[in-house]
Design a protein. Structure first.
Length: 561
């Protein structure tokens, strides 16, 4: 798709110009930007000693280094925006300090990414004369390039060496390794790609097109980017579904659209026509179908249950992908239920009415490096509040992306809305998938049926596990599971609100009622939370797991009202 358009490249590729000559900012936004800049002005710059970089290699802890690393960059961004909006050179000295601190870092890559090949042990320290181009080295490059783009007159009036230094660092740390090295995320035409491909590619394009480069360099970058974007697209379904979930959609599908926006800006005759491709349109439309209300999204894989609400990127790129000329209207779930949608490439069904938002994930247990063993999982919200939940994931550590990944409880099927059969949980891998999937819909109900047996290893001795989930519009949601096995079955249901159990009837807070047929016992486990990432999504600090023992006929029906 992208590489095919290279024959239409212009003779000379110009600068990327993301802003008009003048930018209007509302008084409210200007006040908020300046407040952040004033706060950043009072902060000391975080220190990043080599011993802190070594912490990850020694202990596997990511946050001790990453917290000050990201704080340093956020602080600079806040100051730059304040300077650009205020235009009074109030923050310029502090900005220069931040720029030179970052330029003097030995490496811009995170300790967890400090390797030259995929899936090999990381090096203890960064090597200054051979940069690793990871997600955040590329993002750092864009931060510095945008700083020069926005503030070059002010910086040059003090000393042109400031801009020149940044230009040299970008050449050494990003442009040269991008063109001379091959990092796994660039793609080889065969391996499976993920969000790294578009996330890094977008930022390399920005860094190389915002600041002066030779015409030859710009063309080389665009040609390499086009092949990487095509390699990413080969693993994406035509329906636009993101296997990595709504959070990583913003670094996967959305970064693809951002890359296209950059390319069609500097070479419209080559790339503008791609906005009319149905696959591009579907990628732009995906995030609408996983949104519930406010900052709530249907989450799966390594995706929190609460995200920042969609911003300017989703607004601008969604309009372009969907060819919308008028301003997009705010979505009010209580007024306009969105169309139900099934994404066969990832096995995701989303359906809603005026009170329920339902998502059911079929698919398989091999969603890139962010997989959870969650085939058949159910996510249900009522009136914008959680009934059946996907917990999300804890803060990343070395264990998260190691062979011990599935020792982490949030990755396990027993902590999703799924059965455990004879003590055996689902297993990770492409072979462990749902099959016999059927989706049906009419004006009164939407339903998905699947067989979950293949998601479990042989030790479960599971001949079949038929799950049917139905949204009866404006009435209720029904889950029916029928299994054939000689093993006992315990069904987990994950809740954010404390349940009250009265026989086969369960009250979930004051939000919903569950009526269960086919259970011989129901118990509840409180799950106290300590991880900061989980606490951000679930600030009450405790979740609940219902454990429902099925009767010997292995048939259970749950109606949720």
């Amino acid at each position: 798709m992208f590489a095919e358009q290279l024959t239409h490249l212009p003779v000379e590729i110009g600068d990327y110009l993301p802003l008009a000559d003048s930018v209007t900012v509302s008084n409210g936004n200007k006040s908020a930007i300046l407040a952040r800049a004033n706060a950043a002005q009072l902060q000391n710059w975080p220190q990043l000693p080599a011993s802190l970089y070594l912490k990850y290699y020694r202990t596997g802890n990511r946050t001790e280094f990453e917290a000050p690393y990201f704080q340093r960059r956020q602080q600079l961004a806040d100051l730059v925006l304040g300077e650009y909006i205020g235009r009074q050179e109030s923050y310029i000295d502090n900005i220069i300090d931040g720029l030179f601190l970052i330029c003097e870092e030995t490496g811009w890559q995170l300790p967890a990414h400090n390797a030259y090949q995929r899936d090999i042990p990381t090096l203890p320290l960064a090597i200054s004369n051979r940069p690793v181009l990871d997600l955040f080295a590329a993002e750092t490059a864009v931060l510095l390039a945008l700083t020069v783009y926005l503030l070059k007159p002010s910086l040059d009036s003090l000393d042109p060496e400031i801009s020149n230094r940044i230009g040299r660092e970008l050449q050494h740390r990003v442009i040269k390794p991008y063109l001379d090295e091959h990092f796994w995320w660039m793609g080889d035409g065969k391996s499976k790609m993920n969000n790294w491909t578009t996330w890094c590619t977008q930022n390399v394009l920005l860094a190389s097109l915002l600041l002066p480069q030779s015409p030859i360099t710009r063309e080389q970058v665009i040609r390499k980017a086009a092949f990487s974007l095509d390699d990413f697209m080969k693993d994406y379904g035509n329906d636009g579904g993101c296997a990595e979930g709504p959070y990583y959609y913003r670094h996967a599908g959305l970064c693809l659209l951002q890359s296209l926006d950059i390319l069609s800006n500097v070479a419209p005759q080559a790339f503008e026509s791609l906005w009319h491709e149905s696959k591009i349109r579907n990628i732009g439309d995906f995030i609408v179908h996983t949104h519930i209300a406010d900052d709530r999204y249907h989450n799966y894989s390594d995706c929190p249950a609460r995200l920042n609400v969609s911003g300017i990127a989703e607004f601008h790129l969604g309009k372009k992908a969907l060819h919308l000329e008028d301003e997009m209207k705010a979505y009010h779930p209580e007024q306009i239920p969105r169309p139900d949608r099934y994404f066969p490439s990832i096995g995701l069904l989303t359906a809603s009415d005026h009170q329920f938002h339902l998502a059911v994930k079929a698919g398989r247990n091999d969603n890139s490096g962010h997989n959870h063993n969650d085939v058949g999982n159910i996510n249900l919200y009522k009136n914008g509040q959680p009934v059946l939940i996907d917990i999300g994931n804890e803060s990343y550590t070395a264990k998260t992306f190691s062979p011990q990944r599935y020792e982490i409880w949030t990755m396990q099927s027993a902590f999703h809305n799924l059965p455990t059969v004879g003590g055996v949980q689902q297993q990770d891998g492409e072979a462990f998938a749902a099959n016999e999937i059927e989706v049906s819909a009419d004006p009164y109900q939407t339903s998905i049926r699947m067989n979950l047996a293949s998601a479990y290893p042989e030790g479960a001795q599971l001949l079949t596990y038929q799950r049917t989930v139905t949204l009866h519009k404006e009435r209720s949601v029904e889950i029916e599971d029928i299994a054939i096995t000689e093993q006992p079955i315990e069904l987990s249901l994950m809740l954010a609100l404390a349940p009250t159990i009265n026989g086969q009837y369960i009250q979930v807070g004051d939000l919903a009622e569950l009526y269960i047929e086919g259970a011989n016992q129901i118990e509840v486990d409180p799950l106290p939370l300590t991880d900061p990432l989980l606490l951000r999504a679930w600030p009450t600090g405790v979740l609940y797991r219902l454990r429902i023992g099925l009767t010997s006929c292995h048939r259970v029906k749950i109606r949720i009202c």
